[in-house]
Design a protein around this ligand. Structure first.
Ligand code: PEP
Ligand code: MN
Length: 334
């Protein structure tokens, strides 16, 4: 960390500040310029409140030279993490499709969709059992029954399952779930993140709709700091002033996150666009940008879906997407 002191700072003020850093176990290198004194603070500065430092009368500016996310940081882990879900590997050149309905609606529905997305090339089956809905009057999911039906679909197809958790209290119901999804609305539910950090489940962490990439990585850090390093990140669009799409897909997040972190990054073009006809082009774009996978909503009857029908692909459209995404990957990847 670097702190630049204002011109006119007295030696006594400077030494008081240095003594404060030293009392926190840090070393301080002093560099005297003509106008400014620059302090180089060395050691684990994660406990220093940079806003507090910047608010001091004698401090002109302060900057961290290393990020506060350590476990997720590529600097300390240069190679890509490869996350295993059963026999399926994601990251480090392993690209996977996660597909299924927004919500599990019945046993027949999830069994049917599971078989068709499996045939289309999906490696993992998604389906919401606990649904975060804007309106309390909308379908809230089949809850524990939804998870049971997903497990039936796993038995039938062999596909590992991905489903969203909304509350720490529900964790026992997720015992046999392969990948626990933390949705955009819960990205900063820190108690939930800490509880997931104490499990050994793979966690699919979706970016909050108004969150920066750094905030996403700090949330991943909560899970990893608890001992669970099996985290997959998901870009699902952010809220902007644009209203013609449900969200704005931030595709630059993919190469940017790959610079910042070693964790795999998947893209969800379904929630990002909210429109089924935009899912294929953005899926291809995400693959070209280097995503490690895609999460796609697929419904056998989008017109009658209980949730997110407008952005759901039919199984046939999903098959086409899988083929075209694969062609894009072959064309662009070296
Ligand atoms: C979902 O994937 O089912 C979902 C609710 O997505 P998000 O949290 O990104 O809105
Ligand atoms: Mn959905």
């Amino acid at each position: 960390m670097i702190a630049v002191l204002k011109p006119g700072t007295s030696l006594r003020q400077r030494d008081n500040l240095i003594a404060w850093f030293k009392s926190q176990g840090l070393e301080v290198h002093i560099s005297e310029g003509q106008m400014h004194t620059v302090l180089g603070i060395v050691g684990d500065t994660s406990g220093i409140d940079i806003d507090l430092l910047q608010s001091l009368d004698i401090v002109d500016s302060a900057k961290r030279v290393s990020e506060t996310y350590k476990l997720a940081n590529r600097k300390f882990h240069p190679s890509d993490s490869v996350i295993s879900v059963g026999d399926v590997r994601i990251g480090g050149g392993n690209f996977q499709l996660i597909a299924g309905p927004c919500s599990v609606e019945s046993e027949e529905q999830i069994l049917q969709i599971a078989q068709s997305v499996r045939a289309g090339g999906a490696a993992l089956l998604r389906g919401g059992a606990f649904k975060p809905r804007t309106s309390p009057y909308d379908f809230q999911g089949l809850k524990a029954h939804g998870i049971e039906f997903l497990l039936e679909a796993k038995k039938l197809t062999g596909m590992p399952i991905v489903t969203e958790i909304m509350s720490v209290e529900h964790l026992p119901l997720f015992e046999h779930v392969d990948v626990i999804q933390v949705g955009a609305r819960n990205m900063q539910n820190f108690e939930l993140l800490k509880a997931l950090g104490r499990t050994d489940k793979v966690i699919l962490l979706k970016r909050g709709m108004c969150s920066t990439l750094k905030e996403l990585l700090m949330s991943a850090e909560y899970i990893m700091a608890g001992g669970n390093e099996n985290v997959i990140l998901c870009e699902r669009g952010i809220r902007t002033y644009e209203t013609s799409t449900r969200n704005t897909l931030d595709l630059s997040a993919v190469p940017m996150l790959h610079e910042m972190t070693h964790l795999p990054v998947v893209v969800d073009p379904s929630h990002a666009t909210g429109r089924s006809r935009l899912v294929l082009p953005m899926a291809m774009a995400a693959a070209a940008a280097g995503a490690d996978g895609l999460m796609i909503e697929v419904h056998n009857d989008p017109m009658h879906a209980l949730c997110d029908g407008a952005q759901s692909l039919t199984p046939e459209q999903f098959c086409e997407l899988a083929a075209r995404v694969s062609a894009v990957r072959e064309a662009v990847l070296r």
